[in-house]
Design a protein around this ligand. Structure first.
Ligand code: C2E
Ligand code: MG
Ligand code: MG
Ligand code: MG
Length: 284
């Protein structure tokens, strides 16, 4: 009898697993179809230079305008895409669209000679970074858009760099190409500050969970991350800035750049075009 009940449970488990697998493959199929139908779109979140109070660039963040569903945030479909090489197709599309868009803005509104040019940052999944195609994908996007490599920032999470020597090699090659490499969500993985000196990276983005935290020790930790990053010659970006006081504090800590809802939410391309230079008080 117990045996019988056990089998019943196993069958129930199988059924739940089967449903889960079929939901996932349906989602995968929907993403493939959505990509083909042009339902993916990018929002752009401005990143500000804190000392100059000037626009540094934009982070491109993918959205899925799903007919009958509405705007789907990346957290709802990027993880599914990351379970297969589908993420490479998605990230390739993002690379092409983001570089094309920045090149278009650049042509429409050239900066004064000598002024820094806004960059565009693209999130690259660890799986894509570990795939040999990443090199051709980045090269192709730059060639198609005509964007200088220095204006393209590639954001990668720290875990992939520590765990995957192939991804590490690809990243070094991408940096050789002249792109800017940023470690995203720093502080949430297992990289020690000391390892930063041995990585092929230019920029450190401190995760929102640390930037926003007032827990004892956390502000000191952020200050330490900024100083350590500067020791290694890295640029530091604070993510998820939502309060005025954070901006003043980050400036005091000599943090280079900031990004967050206080400064601007991620915006559709048309809204960015209307707001080319957000006014933020310099050195306040
Ligand atoms: P991320 O790269 O760390 O991007 C920052 C996320 O924080 C964005 O969420 C942004 O909207 C949100 N954010 C920015 N400022 C604030 C703030 O002040 N407060 C709060 N609460 N949130 C803020 P989003 O767009 O939902 O993206 C989530 C994650 O999805 C990204 O995290 C990135 O890991 C991933 N992702 C987004 N676009 C792509 C993509 O094109 N390819 C890949 N592979 N991953 C992507
Ligand atoms: Mg990012
Ligand atoms: Mg981030
Ligand atoms: Mg983050």
């Amino acid at each position: 009898r117990a045996k019988h009940r056990g089998r019943g449970r196993a069958e129930l488990f199988d059924e739940a697993l089967r449903l889960q697998l079929s939901a996932r493959s349906e989602m995968e199929a929907a993403i493939v179809a959505g990509l083909a139908a042009g339902e993916m779109t990018l929002h752009y979140q401005p990143v500000l230079d804190l000392a100059a109070g000037r626009l540094e660039g934009y982070e491109a963040l993918v959205r899925w305008e799903r007919p009958g569903v509405g705007t789907v945030p990346p957290g709802d479909f990027v993880p599914v895409a990351e379970e297969s090489s589908l993420i490479c197709d998605l990230d390739r599309w993002v690379l092409h669209e983001a570089t094309r868009q920045l090149a278009e803005w650049r042509a429409a509104d050239p900066v004064e000679p000598g002024e820094p040019e806004p960059t565009v940052a693209v999130n690259v999944s660890g799986r894509h970074l570990a795939d040999r195609r990443i090199l051709a994908d980045v090269t192709d996007a730059l060639a198609a858009s005509g964007l200088p490599p220095r204006l393209l920032v590639l954001e990668v999470t720290e875990t992939v760099l520590v765990n995957d020597p192939v991804a590490f090699t690809h990243l070094a090659a991408l940096r050789e190409l002249g792109t800017t490499i940023a470690i995203d969500d720093f502080g949430t993985g297992y990289t020690s500050i000391g390892q930063l000196g041995n990585m092929p990276v230019d920029t450190l983005k401190i995760d929102r969970s640390f930037v926003a935290s007032t827990q004892p020790g956390h502000p000191e930790l952020v200050a330490l991350m900024i100083r350590a990053a500067h020791t290694f010659g890295l640029t530091v970006v604070a993510e998820g800035v939502e309060e005025e006081e954070q901006v003043a504090w980050l400036r005091d800590q000599a943090c280079d750049q900031a990004q967050g809802y206080l400064l601007s939410r991620p915006l559709p391309a048309a809204a960015v075009a209307a707001l080319r230079r957000p006014a933020v008080p310099a050195g306040a």
